[in-house]
Ligand binder design. Structure first.
Ligand code: TMP
Ligand code: ASP
Length: 232
C-alpha cells in the first residue's frame, strides 16, 4: 500500500485508485497537539466505534466513505476529496462554545447548533461563517446547504442511538468530502476523540475531555462507550 498522509490520530494509505485504508494510531492530542500521549489500545477502540457508527449512518441512508472494518486498527474507505471545513453540531453547551460566549456548561440547547470551522492547523482551526466559506471557495452554496442538512440528520440519528445506550451526545465534529462518483459524504472518523459523550445517569464524561482536562483514564471512558454501543 502507498503511504499518503499521517495525521495526529491516523495514517492513510492508498489501496487502489478508488479506495484507501485508514490506520488508527494510539496517539492522543489536545490543544493543537501541545498536549500529547500514547494511549495503548485507543486506536483499536476508535476504529471499532467509528466503524459501528459509520455502518449505522449508512443503514439510515447517510453517505459516508466507510466500506468496511478490515482489522483491529484498519478501516477500508472510499477515496474522497476532503473539504477544509470542520462541522460541529451541539446539543448541550460545552467546550469552546462556553469559552467563547461565556456560557455555563451543561445547558440543553432548544435546537441543535451548527458551527463551521476552517480546517487549517497553522490558524488553529478558526470559527468561520458561511460567507467566509463561499468567499474562500472552500465549497459552493448548494454543497454547504447539503452539509448543514446532513450534519443535522447525522445528529438526530446519533443522538437517538447514543440515548438508547444510556449516553448523551453533547456535541461532535464531522468532516465532509466528495466520493469518486461526486457524492457528498461524511468522512474521517466518529469516535470519543471527535464527540463529547456523557453518561446519561451520572453525567460522567467518557470522551477526550478526560485527556484534555485530566479527568480520568482515557481508555476506560472509551471502552465504556464501546461496551454500551455493543449492548454490554
Ligand atoms: P470544541 O468545543 O472544542 O469546539 O469541540 C466541539 C466538538 O468537536 C467536540 O466534540 C470535540 C470535537 N473536536 C474535534 O473533533 N477536533 C478538534 O480539533 C476540536 C477542537 C474539537
Ligand atoms: N484534536 C486537536 C488537537 O490534537 C484538538 C482537540 O481535539 O482538542 O490538537
Amino acid at each position: 500500500m502507498k503511504f499518503l498522509y499521517e495525521g495526529k490520530a491516523k495514517k492513510v494509505y492508498e489501496l487502489d485508485e478508488r479506495t484507501c485504508v485508514i490506520y488508527f494510531k494510539d496517539t492522543a492530542t489536545a490543544f493543537d497537539a501541545t498536549k500529547r500521549a500514547e494511549v495503548e489500545g485507543k486506536g483499536i477502540i476508535n476504529n471499532a466505534i467509528s466503524s459501528l457508527l459509520f455502518a449505522l449512518l449508512e443503514e439510515r441512508g447517510i453517505r459516508t466513505h466507510f466500506i468496511k472494518k478490515l482489522s483491529d486498527r484498519e478501516m477500508l474507505v472510499w477515496k474522497a476529496k476532503r473539504l477544509d471545513i470542520e462541522v460541529v453540531v451541539r446539543n448541550i453547551t460545552a467546550g469552546s462554545l462556553c469559552k467563547r460566549l461565556g456560557l455555563k456548561e451543561g445547558e440543553r440547547l432548544k435546537k441543535p447548533l451548527v458551527e463551521l470551522f476552517y480546517k487549517k492547523d497553522e490558524l488553529h482551526d478558526p470559527l468561520i461563517c458561511a460567507e467566509h466559506i463561499l468567499m474562500m471557495g472552500l465549497t459552493d452554496a448548494k454543497s454547504l446547504r447539503a452539509i448543514r442538512r446532513t450534519a443535522l440528520k447525522v445528529n438526530s440519528i446519533l443522538k437517538n442511538f447514543f440515548r438508547e445506550h444510556g449516553l448523551l451526545l453533547v456535541d461532535f465534529k464531522l468532516e465532509f468530502g466528495f466520493l469518486p462518483d461526486g457524492t457528498l459524504a461524511v468522512i474521517d472518523e466518529i469516535s470519543p476523540d471527535t464527540c463529547r459523550l456523557w453518561d446519561a445517569k451520572t453525567g460522567e464524561k467518557l470522551d477526550k475531555d478526560r485527556f484534555r482536562f485530566d479527568l480520568g483514564d482515557l481508555l476506560e471512558g472509551y471502552k465504556k462507550v464501546l461496551e454500551r454501543l455493543q449492548g454490554g
